[in-house]
Design a protein around this ligand. Structure first.
Ligand SMILES: CCCCCCCCCCCCCCCCCCCCCCCC(=O)SCCNC(=O)CCNC(=O)[C@H](O)C(C)(C)COP(=O)(O)OP(=O)(O)OC[C@H]1O[C@@H](n2cnc3c(N)ncnc32)[C@H](O)[C@@H]1OP(=O)(O)O
Ligand SMILES: NC(=O)C1=CN([C@@H]2O[C@H](COP(=O)(O)OP(=O)(O)OC[C@H]3O[C@@H](n4cnc5c(N)ncnc54)[C@H](OP(=O)(O)O)[C@@H]3O)[C@@H](O)[C@H]2O)C=CC1
Length: 498
């Protein structure tokens, strides 16, 4: 019998960020392995045109929940959506709901965050810092609470090269920043943000670091643990390989490369690609929830959920495997044939951006315009290049994360739990994982049918012919113009012809 699965039986669990990428996999695994849990409270913000129940149904009626619907037919009853907005005071939770949460919750998993790199500092502080503080305050009033698990990111200290499982202080206290946000107007925030952020590359990583400090400072008597995943990717094994449902991190890049928009990227092929499958993160999270509640460590333990020091893979190898998978399973409606280079040279990057990204987009837009349609490719390309510029920081550096606590926890699990809640990334075969990842992007994110592969291959062959034709015509025109103007070119041409 799994000790972890048994632990969650009969428990009332509160999850924030349940409608997000990690949150969905967390609910799925919890309900599948502990169908006898009492209730999962999820804090969901109302969205225009959707009731809370519709939002929940949208999630649990997806393929991700196929297996769990069999194990736990009363899934709907297990999940209780509570209307809440983490940006509001008391999360805008009704009095009755708040009362129920405070009196019943046993475990909290705090996943909600803004993960946008370009969010305004005020908004990022509100969600990633102030809301965390407020949730901790709520937790301190929960008599039955056994553990509070905070999901952070391995990049919260990306200004350092070697990162231990400890909390590093930021230069300005989070409380001061929270207070200041109340009276600083946006103009002041904009001006002061770069100074506050120092060598953090974006508001996301900076506010996640502040969030950790808040957790440390407000922990009081609570049993708290922090999990720091690196770049979270598609599922490795559970409930099935390759599941992914958003464009964050590498996903958008895989789409862009597979559709032939992304042809070159400024990246160090030898830098470690610290990807971690989402099911691995969730297995660790559930194991940490159990360990924190049952063993009650004296201090807040931090767990790195990373792959680099146990089973490293670099961006070069990953990129090559992505490209070779496209040959077997191409994406539909490609703009150009997938081909991409990693280059570390800034001049080469500018060259490729002009020749491989902007020029084809412009030519295509001219074609759209000539055929009476609305040009859109240049806009899309500019957006892609902007996204790439934000991700570049993470694909041109390597970090070392120590994983003592994670390894310690692994050794504490029974063989049964090590199997059911496997987070040993040493067992991961990267080539197989990446192939399933690309396949998952095609099936679950782009919602493409596998039956369309022959047509997609045919389309790529057409694009190849257009490419050859275009290059030949371009070469002949260029050469003809050159011959008309240069005696040397004429001599070379006649020599070749002769
Ligand atoms: C040797 C040969 C090599 C060949 C290589 C070939 C393949 C390459 C594969 C390998 C991949 C290499 C790249 C990997 C990149 C690694 C990333 C590392 C990130 C680590 C961060 C740490 C992890 C975390 O802790 S948090 C999670 C990460 N968070 C994010 O990723 C969020 C990032 N996103 C943002 O901040 C924003 O979305 C932003 C700024 C990128 C874009 O903002 P904007 O306001 O312009 O757009 P949106 O309103 O968000 O969206 C508008 C529109 O665009 C679509 N879209 C959004 N993001 C992407 C995307 N990444 N790619 C494509 N499209 C995207 C979005 O869906 C919207 O579409 P609509 O149709 O308009 O709705
Ligand atoms: N994805 C990754 O690569 C990594 C993620 N992490 C961390 O994991 C956690 C989860 O990330 P991920 O699942 O990818 O993020 P998503 O963006 O997929 O999900 C974010 C979740 O937070 C919720 N949320 C946002 N704002 C509010 C609000 N005002 N009130 C209530 N709920 C809100 C969203 O709800 P809604 O559906 O309404 O928008 C959604 O459920 C985060 O803490 C992140 O920092 C760490 C490392 C890597």
């Amino acid at each position: 019998m799994s000790m972890i699965a048994a632990f969650y039986g009969g428990k009332s669990i509160l999850i924030t960020g349940a409608t997000g990428f990690l949150g969905k996999v967390l609910i799925e695994k919890l309900c599948r392995t502990s169908p006898d849990l009492k209730v999962i409270y999820i804090l969901v913000r109302p969205k225009a045109g959707h009731t809370l129940q519709q939002r929940v149904s949208q999630i649990i009626n997806t393929k991700l929940f196929e297996k769990v619907r069999e194990v736990c037919p009363n899934l709907h009853e297990k999940i209780r959506a509570i209307s809440a907005d983490l940006n509001q005071n008391d999360f805008a939770i009704s009095k009755e709901d708040m009362q129920e949460l405070l009196s019943c919750t046993n475990i909290i998993f705090h996943c909600a965050a803004t993960v946008r790199f370009d969010d305004h500092l005020r908004h990022a502080v509100q969600l990633n810092v102030t809301a965390t503080q407020q949730l901790l305050f709520m937790a301190s009033q929960m008599p039955k609470l056994e553990a509070f698990i905070h999901i952070s990111t391995a990049f919260s200290n990306c200004n350092l090269k070697h990162i231990d499982e400890v909390i590093y202080p930021c230069s300005v206290e989070p409380k001061k920043i929270i207070d200041s946000m109340e009276w600083w107007d946006d103009a002041i925030v904009d001006e002061i943000a770069p100074k506050l952020m120092g060598d953090w590359p974006n508001t996301y990583t900076y506010t996640k670091a502040l969030g950790e400090m808040v957790v440390q400072q407000e922990s009081g008597n609570l049993n708290i643990a922090i999990i720091r995943p690196s770049i979270v990717g598609a599922t490795w094994q559970e409930p099935f390989p390759g599941w992914v449902d958003n464009l964050n991190g590498p996903n958008g890049m895989i789409v862009a490369a597979g559709r032939g928009f992304l042809r070159a990227i400024r990246a160090s092929p030898l830098a470690v690609a610290d990807l971690i499958p989402v099911d691995t993160v969730i297995n660790l999270t559930l194991a940490v929830g159990w360990y924190t509640a049952v063993h009650r460590p004296k201090s807040t333990l931090i767990y790195h959920c990373t792959s680099g020091n146990l089973n490293p893979c670099n961006w070069g190898k990953m990129g090559c495997q992505v490209l070779s998978t496209f040959e077997k399973i191409p994406f539909e409606k490609a703009f150009r044939r997938p081909h991409a280079d990693f280059t570390a040279n800034t001049i080469t990057v500018h060259y490729w951006n002009a020749v491989s990204h902007r020029a084809p987009a412009m030519i295509y837009d001219i074609y759209l315009w000539l055929t009476g349609r609305k040009p859109r490719m240049t806009k899309l390309m500019n957006r892609l290049l902007r996204t790439i510029s934000m991700l570049e920081y993470f694909i041109n550096r390597s970090w070392e994360w120590s994983t003592y606590n994670t390894e310690m926890l692994m050794s504490e699990l029974s063989p049964e739990d090590q199997r059911i809640f496997n987070f040993d990334v040493r067992q991961l075969n990267w080539l197989e994982y990446i192939e399933n990842y690309v396949l998952g992007v095609k099936k679950y994110l782009l919602k493409e049918d596998m039956a369309g592969i022959p047509e997609a291959k045919q389309h790529l062959r057409r694009l190849r012919n257009i490419y050859y034709l275009f290059n030949t015509v371009f070469f002949l025109i260029a050469w003809r113009l050159l011959i008309a103007r240069s005696q040397i070119a004429r001599n070379v041409w006649f020599f070749i012809m002769w």
